[in-house]
Ligand binder design. Structure first.
Ligand code: 5GP
Ligand code: ZN
Length: 115
């Protein structure tokens, strides 16, 4: 766990989150400021800052985040209609919490363009 990392503190239970999934590798919780009817953040339990510092040993873990996202999309009832998975990386992309996370966003028609 990294000192003063918000998502590490949600994973450890030090800060309250609305947890919707947890296993030995990942935790998922509802975004505090949802942009759509479903907005869930899927994070690894171990602290990794961003995609930019991923190592080859993390590949299985990152794949697991997507697998969890797909399962949650089904349980949220948005799998058929479709959804977005977003991982903001670095300040230009709008990353504000530097613990890697996948946004699962859905339940409404998405707007384009993404950029
Ligand atoms: P980023 O901007 O880094 O891609 O995404 C960070 C996300 O974390 C934002 O969507 C923001 O609403 C969410 N967030 C920030 N603080 C908290 C918090 O204390 N609890 C929860 N559940 N989400 C948070
Ligand atoms: Zn962290």
């Amino acid at each position: 766990m990294a000192d003063s990392c918000l998502f590490c503190m949600i994973v450890s239970g030090e800060i309250k989150g609305t947890i919707v999934f947890r296993d030995d590798q990942a935790t998922a919780f509802r975004d505090i400021n949802p942009v759509a009817p479903t907005h869930i953040l899927i994070v690894p339990n171990k602290h990794i800052e961003s995609v930019s510092v991923l190592e080859s040993a993390d590949e299985q873990l990152i794949g697991h985040l997507f697998s969890v996202a797909g399962q949650l999309a089904k349980s949220e009832g948005i799998a058929e209609g479709g959804y977005r998975l977003i991982t903001n990386t670095g300040p230009d992309a709008g990353q504000t919490v530097f613990h890697i996370h996948v946004h699962l966003i859905g339940g409404q028609m998405m707007r384009h363009p993404m950029g």
